[in-house]
Design a protein. Structure first.
Length: 420
């Protein structure tokens, strides 16, 4: 039987009456359930591959209401900043009139040449917070060069896309340098001596070792989502790059959190940095969280299908641990008539970008991904995050479910756990 999209964006199919128990219910009769049909666990701590035990009860939480965090007064309009007229015109074309809190507080110090630590959640507008003043800086001195380092190629691509829109007509050029993409095109772009180089740590290291990037020529560096880069094991590469930069430079660090490793990094590689802390409240406050108990492993996929057929499942991001499992699940969903694509580290860049574009444009409603592939993704209107496998750490869990319930929207997160 084929499934398609219903008029309201959910999934539909002609279903036969079934005697099979619904998820959260066993064959002997109804069980103790939450309001949305999922049983609450009495106890249990699944153990993942790293040996960390995570209390299942941490996966269950009602949304506490759309959290705006502490209300922050916006002092400036974009017209108030000391930015070039053409840059302001580009902002006006995109209907940018009022900055977000992180932009309001960060742009002026960056324009003044200060080092800066920006503490803000993903989705708060921090990309524009550093790009706008740096585009203005380079437009006034074309010999200036800016290095932007991001944890994933998807985030690097997003940054470059925003750079192109903000710098339209300013005769500024960029090169994107990420792994998983043809290196020869990147080498060709570097030979044009771009003003902005935007890349991931591994590929930047590779190009540097080939003598194609000279870090000592960059007067400004931006480390975006530093906490994620350190989580992914890039700390040594980042330190190596920072040590090669000129001593007289501007350093900008953006992160959602400030663990000791980042604090040490900032202390060692910045000068009199100003700290701008703009947190938009608890990132999980907007997300209703629950579990799906897997009674039998052989029935797990059937349970997932039952969930995905709900009319409210309009835009769903599914996380799985391994690349092989991602491919397998995506294939099985497609065979059942669901419109699903996937991204993971073994996919070519054009494949990943195609899948992301289809997901953003609602050509598909389901995207299956590994943790690493999905880091840094900023996709609007994701209604549900499903953890088909239990994440390795609770921090990974928070990162996953933070893809939904963004801004003033609410979202839902479901985590599959083995019944005990």
């Amino acid at each position: 039987m084929q499934r398609g999209f219903s008029r309201d964006g959910g999934f539909q199919r002609n279903r036969r009456p079934s005697s099979r128990p619904r998820f959260g219910q066993n064959s002997s009769g109804p069980s103790s359930e939450t309001q949305n049909g999922f049983r609450r666990p009495s106890s249990g701590r699944p153990k993942n591959n790293r040996g960390e035990k995570i209390d299942i009860s941490r996966f269950i939480q009602k949304a506490s209401g759309v959290s705006q965090g502490e209300k922050i007064e916006i002092v400036n309009a974009f017209a108030d900043f000391a930015l070039s007229d053409i840059l302001k015109a580009n902002l006006a074309k995109r209907n940018y009139t009022k900055p977000t809190p992180i932009q309001d507080q960060a742009i002026n110090p960056i324009v003044e040449g200060r080092d800066l630590i920006g503490l803000a959640n993903t989705g708060t507008g921090k990309t524009a917070a550093f790009l706008l003043p740096l585009i203005d800086k380079v437009s006034k001195n074309k010999r200036e060069k800016v290095l932007v380092i991001a944890p994933t190629r998807e985030l690097a691509i997003q940054i470059e896309n925003e750079f192109r829109q903000f710098s339209w007509g300013m005769q500024l050029f960029s090169a994107i340098c990420t792994g998983g993409a043809p290196i020869f095109k990147q080498i060709s772009n570097l030979k044009r001596n771009p003003n902005f180089v935007i890349g991931t740590p591994g590929r930047l290291k590779d190009l540097s070792e080939r003598g194609l990037i000279k870090f000592e020529t960059f007067g400004t560096i931006v480390l975006d989502e530093v906490d994620r880069m350190l989580d992914m094991g890039f700390v040594d590469e980042i330190k190596r790059i920072l040590k090669q930069l000129p001593e007289n430079r501007q350093s900008l660090f953006f992160s959602a959190t400030m663990p000791d490793k980042i604090r040490d990094l900032v202390r060692d590689f910045s000068r009199d940095a100003v700290t701008v802390a703009v947190k938009s409240g608890d990132t999980t406050a907007n997300v209703e969280q629950d579990i799906v108990r897997v009674r039998e492993k052989s029935y797990k996929f059937n349970q997932l299908q039952e969930i995905l057929m709900g009319p409210e499942m309009k835009k769903v991001l599914i996380f799985i641990e391994t690349k092989h499992e991602v491919d397998k699940l995506t294939t099985n969903l497609s065979k059942e008539g669901f419109k699903a694509e996937c991204i993971h580290g073994n996919k070519r860049q054009n494949q990943r970008q195609k899948a992301l574009t289809m997901f953003k444009n609602d050509a598909i409603n389901i995207l299956v991904a590994t943790d690493v592939a999905a880091r840094g993704l900023d996709i609007k209107d994701i209604t549900h995050v499903i953890n088909y496998t239990v994440p390795q750490t609770y921090d990974d869990y928070i990162h996953r479910i933070g893809r939904t319930g963004r801004g003033d929207k609410k979202g839902k997160a479901l985590t599959f756990v083995e019944a005990r």
